[in-house]
Design a protein around this ligand. Structure first.
Ligand SMILES: Cc1cc2nc3c(=O)[nH]c(=O)nc-3n(C[C@H](O)[C@H](O)[C@H](O)COP(=O)(O)OP(=O)(O)OC[C@H]3O[C@@H](n4cnc5c(N)ncnc54)[C@H](O)[C@@H]3O)c2cc1C
Length: 380
């Protein structure tokens, strides 16, 4: 499928922004493993932190395809910035928009979508990852409050200087899982140390702890007992955006390779004149082309309100495994220099692996696809 001329115009705007504001700082924040607050606030000023959210809630009122284009273009230069925008938008803003009350949207969604603050989506626990329904965090009613106890693991965007809230799942007394808005600063909500990762260094990832953490009843997101299904619905949505991120990063690798093979000379010729190198780049371009078509096809289904579950998982699976392969090949094309941090492909290589893990591992995507094919994986 092809994008409209308006979408391609929007791509140019994001690309120009990414080249001007994001690219020059990517290595700096990566090396220091520092959250790029200024870059993320600049994204917010452009409207990139609330693209698919209506203007009445502080968003840009753009369509879902525009949002995918934005994630793709940011990932082309810095996957850490792209995942910050993706987790905030797909998993938090969209969750609040689809399931929040009017009051919650006004109070919490508006500052997030307006790009002044960011939010975190807290589903994974130390003992409940792929089996996220095995959540041990609990929430009990006490007067006008819920009291939350438990821990969350690997939570993106949770401890930055512009983090506003986390939306956390917790199990109720009746065994059902609900979702709660927990503002930063709530007593008993402890934001743990920043985790040291092999990639996505500039993205903020932490462990969270809840110890008799009280939130008022009106911080329950949507209906009681529906939290897990709400989160799963947003993950379907987010998987298309992760696939867009993978496509953007793979394109970034190809861009770097095209530049390098024209400059680097061996045996008296640019290495780009060797057919073995040309074939690697031809394979990269072919895979990126197909993954991109899959991303925009799934995005179009989602945008039109058509079912997209199997397409989201297939696209996430295909695009992320492709991005990991391309990052590895991009380092190979750069030879020893690809192993040196000054070259962006080294960062892309480190950043790529997690794509096969976050928002559902490749194995989980295969389980979802098999289920959609009518097969029973024998899981709860
Ligand atoms: C950098 C980063 C950021 C993240 N951000 C967030 C976030 O913002 N919010 C959030 O809630 N979570 C987040 N996560 C968590 C992420 O979604 C989980 O790591 C992921 O879902 C896998 O869970 P796990 O790590 O516990 O692995 P496990 O579930 O323990 O899996 C270990 C291995 O077993 C495999 N496996 C598990 N079950 C099966 C099965 N039934 N069949 C076959 N294979 C299986 C997995 O595929 C994997 O290979 C983040 C993770 C990372 C690394």
């Amino acid at each position: 499928m092809s994008l409209s001329p308006e979408h391609e115009e929007f791509r140019k705007v994001v690309r120009a922004f990414a080249d001007r504001e994001v690219r020059p700082k990517a290595a700096y924040y990566d090396e220091r493993a520092e959250f790029p607050t200024d870059v993320i606030l600049a994204c917010g000023e452009q409207g990139f932190l609330g693209l698919p959210i209506p203007e009445r809630y502080g968003g840009a009122g753009a369509d879902y395809l525009s949002y995918l284009i934005c994630v793709e273009e940011l990932a082309r230069v810095d996957p850490s910035v792209a995942i910050t925008v993706e987790a905030h938008t797909s998993l938090v803003c969209n969750l609040l928009y689809h399931f929040g009350t009017e009051d919650q949207k006004t109070r919490w969604l508006t500052p997030l979508a307006a790009g002044k603050k960011i939010g975190a989506f807290a589903l994974t626990e130390p003992g409940a990852g792929s089996d996220a329904g095995g959540t041990q965090t609990s929430a009990r009613e006490d007067g006008d409050d819920y009291v939350i106890n438990g821990a969350k693991m690997f939570i993106t965007n949770s401890g930055t200087d512009i983090s506003l809230l986390a939306i956390a799942t917790a199990r109720m007394a009746d065994g059902q899982i609900s979702a709660f808005i927990v503002p930063v600063g709530t007593p008993g909500f402890e934001i743990g140390r920043k985790l040291r990762k092999i990639g996505w260094h500039a993205s903020d990832t932490r462990e969270l702890a809840f110890t008799d953490c009280r939130v008022p009843k009106h911080n329950l997101l949507g209906e009681s007992g529906k939290g897990f299904n709400q989160f799963l619905a947003q993950l379907d949505d987010g998987r298309i955006a992760i696939a867009a991120l993978a496509v953007g990063q793979a394109q970034g690798c190809l861009d770097e390779c095209l530049r390098y093979v024209a400059e680097r000379r061996q045996f008296g010729r640019p290495i780009g004149s060797f057919q073995a190198i040309q074939f690697k780049l031809a394979d990269m371009a072919t895979k990126i082309h197909h993954a991109k078509l899959a991303v925009y096809h799934a995005g179009n289904l989602r945008q039109n309100g058509d079912p997209f579950k199997i397409e989201a998982s297939m696209t996430k699976l295909f695009a992320t495994e492709m991005a990991v392969d391309i990052a590895r090949e991009a380092v190979q094309v750069h030879g020893g220099y690809g192993f040196i941090e000054e070259f962006p492909v080294a960062r892309f290589y480190r950043d790529s692996k997690v794509l096969e893990i976050g928002e559902g591992t490749s194995e989980v995507q295969r389980i979802i696809i098999a289920r959609q094919l009518g097969l029973d994986p024998g899981l709860r």
